[in-house]
Ligand binder design. Structure first.
Ligand SMILES: [Cu+2]
Length: 257
């Protein structure tokens, strides 16, 4: 095997090994999955970019014209060698592309399948803000409160133009479209506050269209539900919504869209 062929083979093995090691890592959540895939894309672009740049620069220097009258004397490539020179570099690129596409598809399916037992909310995005409707009947404005430790299924709608519900910290984002219901889900792991914002240019006050996602410990959330229900004059319907078990919620939501 020629020296160059050997170099390409080694690089191909290294890339495949990288792909294999990356795939062996499980995706525990979409947020981590997103970060992982993004890092992977950047690393692969850099590795492939540097690799091909090095080869190109080497060839430019190695076969530089020595004097203005040089016409070159390269022997013609055999059909098999010509085929190899096309197929091997293309395969290196394609192997990585296909690998990333498969990983992306895997992550995408996580994003689009709402886990069972999710707490279901409706978020109406309008010019210019968010109305959040809780299953207990509560409505809040630009403040999305959720309990920690349970998946949150957000059904999105818009009465006017296209908006987005984007929660950067959670790596979750989906459009709210007039005349159609869309959805997203996320899993609050710990208490805290995060920004939610619209990323669809939706008119004059688009830049002011943002709010807070407030993740609360379950008990605190239940208390908040009870207090807010009293404040908004909502009578409890038999079972308090905040006490709904994941099993009961499963029947309500049915998962999916
Ligand atoms: Cu908007």
């Amino acid at each position: 095997m020629s020296k160059r062929g050997f170099t390409i083979l080694i690089l191909f093995i290294l890339l495949s090994l990288n792909a294999f090691l990356a795939y062996a890592g499980a995706i525990p959540d979409t947020r981590e999955g997103w970060d992982h895939l993004w890092a992977e894309v950047l690393i692969d672009i850099v590795v492939l970019g540097v690799l091909f740049a090095v080869v190109a620069v080497y060839l430019l220097i190695r076969f530089k014209r020595k004097n203005p009258d040089d016409t070159g004397s390269a022997s013609k490539l055999s059909p098999l060698a010509a085929f190899g020179w096309v197929v091997i570099p293309v395969s290196v690129f394609m192997a990585d592309d296909i690998f990333l596409a498969l990983k992306n598809f895997d992550l995408w399916s996580h994003y689009r399948n709402v886990p069972k037992g999710a707490y279901e909310l409706e978020v109406e995005s309008y010019m210019w803000g968010y109305n959040i409707k809780y299953p207990e009947g509560i409505i809040t404005n630009n403040e999305l409160r959720v309990p920690v430790g349970r998946p949150i299924h957000v059904k999105l709608s818009s009465p006017d133009v296209i908006h987005t519900l984007f929660i950067p910290d959670l790596r979750v984002k989906w459009d709210a479209l007039p005349g159609r219901q869309t959805y997203l889900w996320f899993y609050p792991r710990e208490a805290g506050e995060h920004v939610m914002t619209c990323t669809e240019y939706c008119g004059t006050l688009h830049s002011g269209m943002h709010g807070k996602v407030i993740m609360m410990p379950q008990q605190e959330f239940s208390k908040w539900i009870d207090t807010t229900m009293a404040e908004q004059g909502i009578k409890p319907k038999g079972v308090s919504g905040s006490d709904v078990t994941p099993e009961a919620a499963k029947k309500e939501t049915g998962g999916g869209a």
